[in-house]
Design a protein around this ligand. Structure first.
Ligand code: EPZ
Length: 416
């Protein structure tokens, strides 16, 4: 296992290029197995989860690989089985369920376990697919799904589930008749998936709102598509610029999709402006803590909660963070406290007393965004921070240490 060594205190200055979105590329890759023809994807990030997905697609009977900076997917004779050994390393593997049922009428997918941030059930996916005619059994930890041709249905989600909306978008694209998804997720990554499916010949409208309509078609064709840039990676580097009192420009960077994050950072006193070369981020002197609640899009994203907590630790005043999406997403707080942060946890609420003078320490990453939070704290801390188990980080951040070193951070990767 690798670890990151960070000697803090450097103000980051320069340009960071934002990579393609992990959470848009993953569902698009699974949707590609539904196309009768070659799919060429651009702006796909070179991440651990992407390589895991390409491996799974190959097991499912697709020829899928990176060709230079593109990913090519060519579906062959599909094998509807997603093995536990792969699924347990990446929960998003459950996104093969909709496509396999739509294409083949059967699927055997390992039930994804929970993870550090929560139990992560998939009951909303299954219940909605059952409304479309699928039947599920649970056998030795595998979901066994079967159906004749899926039928259009009127589905109302109990919760605007991102993965559930994505699975149903894919399933409904090849179903017989019209499907309406109500209380569906509005995340930009869901919109990107819908736009990709439409580029393959699907007939989806309403993406980005909470009511999406899908008119089933008989087949989908191959296409060439550019995946959106990663708004969470971009938000993470905005915090890196702010926490080091630096002056960063983020290129290839989404902006409109980051409205809630930009609003909160501006409220803290971070100067963020759109310029020709990209999004410019620099603090305006002292930063202040704020209160925030994580919510489904367009609210403040849970995937940015750990990162902004690190920033609040060194800002003035005190602030409250309420995590409403996942039941156990404060693991990073315990490690930040070891670096001198002043945080009190009570259930789904964290109270942060700012003004801490963070000191470097050996810390342990527990999940993807917690790892990012610890790196950000290490950039601001006095002394050396060692972030261990950074395989978590490699799942969602492409070449983080290279991107940070290029703008002045003293960061390197070492074998544990
Ligand atoms: C997606 O996860 C993202 N992952 C997560 O990003 C992100 O945090 C999450 O959406 C929320 O925005 C990918 O896109 C690959 P959900 P997903 O279904 O689809 C409950 C990262 O850091 N729920 O919207 O799993 C669930 O337990 C990752 O990049 C059910 O109860 O999120 C959770 O509490 C972490 N039953 C809440 O809904 C279900 O059937 C949100 O889950 C499905 C979900």
């Amino acid at each position: 296992m690798d670890k990151l060594i960070i000697d803090g205190g450097q103000a980051l200055k320069g340009v960071i290029r934002i990579s393609g979105s992990k959470n848009a590329a993953l569902p698009v890759l699974f949707a590609a197995l539904m196309a009768d023809g070659d799919v060429i994807l651009e702006n796909v990030p070179g991440l651990r989860d992407i390589h895991t997905t390409l491996k799974l697609l190959t097991l499912l009977g697709c020829d899928s690989r990176f060709r230079g900076e593109y990913v090519e997917v060519r579906a062959g004779d599909l094998v509807p089985e997603a093995p536990y050994d792969l699924v347990r390393t990446m929960r998003a593997s459950v996104l093969c369920l909709g496509p396999l049922l739509a294409k083949l009428g059967r699927a055997r997918v390992a039930l994804p376990g929970g993870c550090a941030i929560g139990s992560r059930p998939v009951d909303l996916h299954l219940r909605a697919l059952e409304q479309m005619g699928a039947r599920f059994d649970l056998d030795s930890g595998y979901i066994m799904g079967t159906c004749q041709r899926l039928k259009g249905a009127h589905i109302i989600f109990d919760f605007p589930t991102v993965g559930g909306t994505e699975n149903l978008l894919m399933a409904a694209s090849l179903a017989d008749g019209e499907t309406v998804l109500e209380n569906s997720a509005r995340e930009p990554e869901v919109v990107d998936l819908a736009n990709f499916l439409n580029a393959c010949g699907a007939r989806i409208t309403g993406q980005g709102t909470s009511v999406i309509t899908i008119k089933g078609v008989s087949s989908l064709k191959g296409c060439r598509y550019r995946v959106m840039s990663d708004r969470i990676e971009a938000g993470t580097y905005m915090v890196a610029g702010a926490i080091t009192q630096g002056d960063l420009v983020l290129s290839n960077c989404p902006f409109e999709e980051l409205e809630a994050v930009v609003a909160k950072l501006r409220e803290m006193g971070v100067h963020i402006e759109k310029e020709k070369s990209g999004i410019r981020v620099k603090p305006n002197g002292q930063l202040n803590c704020v209160d925030l609640v994580t919510l489904p899009y367009p609210g403040f994203p849970t995937d940015m909660q750990a990162q902004i907590m690190a920033l609040m630790c060194v800002a003035d005043g005190s602030g409250m963070i309420k995590e409403t999406i996942f039941e156990n997403r404060f693991m990073h707080a315990l490690e930040l406290i070891r670096m001198g942060a002043r945080i009190k946890l009570s259930g789904q609420t964290a109270m942060i007393r700012g003004g801490a003078r963070l000191t470097g320490a050996p810390v342990m990453a527990s999940d993807l965004r917690a790892s990012a939070s610890l790196v950000l704290a290490g950039l601001a801390a006095r002394g050396r921070t060692e972030v261990r188990r950074i395989y978590h980080l490699d799942r969602g951040y492409e070449s983080m240490e290279q991107k940070l070193s290029a703008v002045g951070a003293r960061i390197s990767r070492e074998k544990e």
